[in-house]
Design a protein around this ligand. Sequence first.
Ligand code: PEP
Length: 251
Amino acid sequence: MRKKLVAGNWKMHGCLAENDQLLADVVDRLTGLSSDQFAVCVPYPYLFSVQNTLKDTNIAWGAQNLSQFEKGAYTGEVSAAMLKDFGCRYVIVGHSERRTLFNESNVVVAEKYSAAQHAGIVPILCVGESLKQRDDGITETIIAEQLAEVIQRAGVESLDSAVVAYEPIWAIGTGKTATPQQAEDVHAFIRKEIAKQNSSVADNLTILYGGSVKASNALELFAMPDIDGGLIGGASLVADEFVAICRALVH
Ligand code: PEP
């Protein structure tokens, strides 16, 4: 059976006191609910403290980015091995904010994906189209290209140790969610695209939906056959919302 997952993406939000409060509010309410299905991806400086808070809980943690390089003179960068040192189980790669604001190309994203896997960290590979690309009818082409670069570099079997997140750019942080059917159509396309190369990898792949998921729409999104959970931005910063979304996954 495919693994299901809800992962929070805190983005560049929080401070020590707020994070402690948020996790205190979330941890207790998820205790005993399920193991291995919840995670939060936090800013680098908080990994040490989040690791201490979450180490004996059913919530995993991870980062939102990493360097494609192993080590060396890369001022300001953070390597996969460093994330591993802090117990990261996951790292987000290729988030659309990284692709658009920091010019990360499909090639760089694929390098980061491989760097994470070499260190034993599960990459959460984000793919998704802009509104213009959707309107131009090239959603599938864009997503196929984003996947192809990773598959070409790391091999299709690498997806056995990865998670894919479909995040339409027009739905991220906008309050505009893809309808369950719109999301399902793209998830099914992603699975079909991967199945062309390896059907068992495709069947077992966890594919998350991300883009304005909230407590009020999580259930209907997660009910779709090819949606295996969510990557949650804004709503992961609100304990009641995040807990309700996690509950929707395992209800
Ligand atoms: C995200 O940042 O990955 C995301 C999906 O954000 P939001 O839930 O706020 O749209």
